[in-house]
Design a binder for this molecule. Structure first.
Ligand code: ZN
Length: 79
């Protein structure tokens, strides 16, 4: 049996701009949320974003809130 190749997930060092600027992720400010969403519309994990756990939690809820209000897409189909 072929051994499983190790998963290649790049760990981004912790660098939380929300902590630096003392702001919270908001569902109204989509321009701050879009860098933390993949091109397919998925929310990126804390390993990819480099946010702290508190702001990663806030980001997830605000993206979901923005999706519910149709400000952000649930899913994007590749071209
Ligand atoms: Zn933070």
């Amino acid at each position: 049996m072929k051994p499983r190749s190790p998963r290649r997930i790049k760990n981004v060092p912790k660098n939380c701009p929300f902590c630096k600027n003392d702001t919270q992720p908001s569902y109204k400010e989509i321009e701050f949320l879009t860098p933390y969403v993949s091109e397919r519309g998925k929310i990126l994990s804390h390993m990819r974003t480099g946010l702290c756990s508190k702001h990663q939690r806030h980001l997830t809820t605000s993206v979901k809130h923005a999706r519910h209000l149709a400000l952000m897409p649930f899913m994007l189909k590749p071209n």
